[in-house]
Design a protein around this ligand. Structure first.
Ligand SMILES: [Zn+2]
Length: 216
């Protein structure tokens, strides 16, 4: 099934022009792996550059170039797919191996998160989120914006049900909660600005205590 919700066009433009930061680029690349419509749009946006390249006169290929590229490429093992997490190989290749992902459980919620990429301290980060079937990711506020997509399963977010490939975003200052599909649960890839997600209620207290501990 094709995604119903897509990234806004300025995000596709940032990807096409190379202006996207690493977490955003990996997020968009993953959406493109689900979405032929957006992949076509990116192709259209990059077409002038492609035409320019085509206009450059062809130079003779240096002898042995392909052999060297082949030798270089065959030294790198292709990334191993991660069961149940349909991340495209091009994205997996840029992430640490799955056994190094450090999972943090969200207390009492049946959900967990792992930070895959940090752009800069206090900057934005790329997170994998897993919700068990029927799990509720508790209400939380974002100091910075959040955007991301569902990788597998489905999730209710502010009255909309998002499925594999669907893009969603929450503006800076907003708060929301998530409810995973009762049968399949949900895997999602999320980019957080400021990496400052504050849980409400007692989970917030636990979160702040845990953060005090980890910074000591
Ligand atoms: Zn799309």
């Amino acid at each position: 099934m094709m995604p119903v919700n897509h990234p806004p066009s300025e995000r596709l433009l940032a990807y096409a022009t190379g202006a996207a930061d690493v977490p955003l680029r990996l997020l968009l690349e993953t959406h493109l792996s689900f979405c032929p419509a957006c992949a076509r749009e990116v192709g259209r946006l990059t077409a002038p550059g492609g035409t320019l390249l085509e206009a450059v006169p062809a130079e003779p290929v240096p002898t042995g170039l392909f052999e060297r590229i082949w030798a270089e490429a065959s030294q790198h093992e292709p990334p191993r797919p991660v069961e149940g997490v349909p991340l495209p190989p091009s994205v997996l290749a840029e992430l640490p191996p799955a056994e190094d992902w450090r999972w943090h459980a969200v207390p009492g919620s049946g959900s967990r998160t792992a930070r895959l990429v940090s752009e800069a301290p206090g900057g934005c980060g790329l997170f994998l989120v897993h919700l068990q079937p029927g799990a509720r990711f508790p209400r939380h506020a974002h100091r910075g914006g959040e955007e991301g997509l569902v990788l597998a399963g489905g999730v209710w977010d502010r009255g909309r049900f998002l499925e594999a490939g669907d893009w969603g975003s929450a503006p800076a200052g907003s708060s929301h909660e998530l409810l995973a599909d009762a049968k399949e649960g949900c895997w999602a890839l999320i980019r957080e600005e400021c990496e400052d997600v504050r849980l409400s209620g007692w989970r917030g207290v636990v979160q702040r205590l845990a953060q005090c501990h980890s910074t000591r």
